[in-house]
Design a protein around this ligand. Structure first.
Ligand SMILES: NC(=O)c1ccc[n+]([C@@H]2O[C@H](COP(=O)([O-])OP(=O)(O)OC[C@H]3O[C@@H](n4cnc5c(N)ncnc54)[C@H](O)[C@@H]3O)[C@@H](O)[C@H]2O)c1
Length: 333
């Protein structure tokens, strides 16, 4: 496969490195408007070709697919042009700036029979794959809640607030594990720089059957925290992405509700069993993600993190924005 990669800023070079290592990718053309970034990539990876103009890259009929690794405001235009030029596309998170843009791109892809994949990187991590497996196989039972904290100092973005920057990771993990659309979203946040971009935010999401999810994202934290609690009726999981050894811990803890007790007695019994940490392999997520993109194209099927999954995440993101602008109003999805 011959791959074009547009955007060589902070994240793009990671995609380039993995593309070069993939034996099925025989040609990599890297594109950025910034000549310094083009020069850097050429010096670091001598086998890549470079190009300063995305339109020129898209007119190269040899290129089968394009990875769009630019800031979100540029995703829609580049994705549209790439699809019209007959390319399959891999688009960075967040997929698009609005639900309408995402729907349009999916329609266009359908019309032109092209594959759309979104880089929801975490879905390809061994930790998230293990948690999904634990939930799907019934080990966790029914879920009570999903709770995530993703905080650090910066990096302040110019075009999006902290929710659009950090929460796509959490929303995509939640969407992947639970596999259902939430019924409502509420969000609150504040901007301490005065540019109209929230840098500290809290998002509350509700599903049917009393399942709730809560997200705290923050660019103003003195420490980096990446912690997720997923509690089920049978087992509870703590996923700490900052941990090197025991990233995922499964607790046999919970409650048993005894409805036969007399009213004046305690109805809740606590269960406090063992904890174990499953062994995880150490596959690099982006390596698995690129392979999935290639396989989906060759097999002409939807990839694991499809454009539709990207749209579902954008739907929640858009709702948080409406909620914040309306005094944390509950927005039904
Ligand atoms: N999956 C992840 O874990 C992860 C991590 C970081 C960033 N991202 C995503 O990656 C994307 C890029 O983020 P970044 O931090 O690398 O941004 P960045 O600003 O560091 O780099 C973007 C690059 O794109 C180039 N560019 C923009 N428009 C262009 C165009 N039309 N033609 C050619 N070049 C163009 C810019 O010159 C710049 O070099 C964002 O969507 C971001 O959300 C994903």
């Amino acid at each position: 496969m011959k791959l074009g990669i547009i955007g060589l800023g902070y994240w793009g070079p990671n995609i380039v490195r993995n593309a070069i290592m993939n034996p099925e990718i025989t040609r990599v053309v890297c594109c950025d408007r910034d000549p310094e970034r083009l020069g850097n990539i050429q010096r670091t990876f001598s086998t890549v070709e470079t190009c300063a103009d995305a339109d020129v890259l898209l007119q190269d009929s040899e290129i089968d697919a394009v990875a769009i690794i630019t800031p979100v405001f540029a995703h829609y235009d580049l994705a549209k042009k790439a699809l019209l030029a007959g390319k399959h596309i891999l688009v960075e998170k967040p997929f698009m700036s609005t639900v309408q843009q995402a729907e349009e791109i999916l329609e266009l892809a359908e019309k032109h029979q092209r594959i759309v994949m979104v880089d929801h990187t975490f879905i390809f991590t061994p930790a998230v794959r293990k948690i999904k497996e634990l939930y799907q196989s019934g080990v966790l039972g029914d879920l009570y809640y999903f709770d995530s904290v993703r905080v650090n100092l910066g990096l302040f973005q110019r075009d999006v607030n902290v929710i659009w920057d950090l929460a796509p990771h959490d929303f995509s993990i939640m969407h992947h594990i639970i596999g259902k659309r939430p019924v409502s979203v509420r969000a609150m946040g504040s901007d301490h720089v005065g540019k109209g971009m929230e840098d500290v935010a809290y998002v509350h999401v509700e599903f049917e059957n009393n399942l709730i999810a809560h997200f705290h994202v923050n660019w103003l934290s003195p420490v980096k925290v990446r912690r997720m609690l997923i509690a089920g009726t049978k087992k509870m999981v703590l996923y700490d992405d900052m941990e090197n050894v025991e990233k995922v811990r499964v607790f046999d803890k919970g409650i048993d509700v005894n409805t036969r007790e007399a009213e004046y007695q305690m109805l809740v019994n606590y269960r406090s069993g063992e904890m174990y940490s499953p062994v995880l392999d150490n596959t690099e997520a982006l390596k698995a993600l690129l392979q999935e993109f290639i396989d989906a194209i060759q097999e002409n099927r939807q990839p694991l993190t499809s454009g539709q999954d990207g749209l579902e995440v954008v739907r929640i993101l858009e709702a948080t924005q409406v909620s914040i602008k309306n005094d944390s109003k509950k927005i039904n999805l």
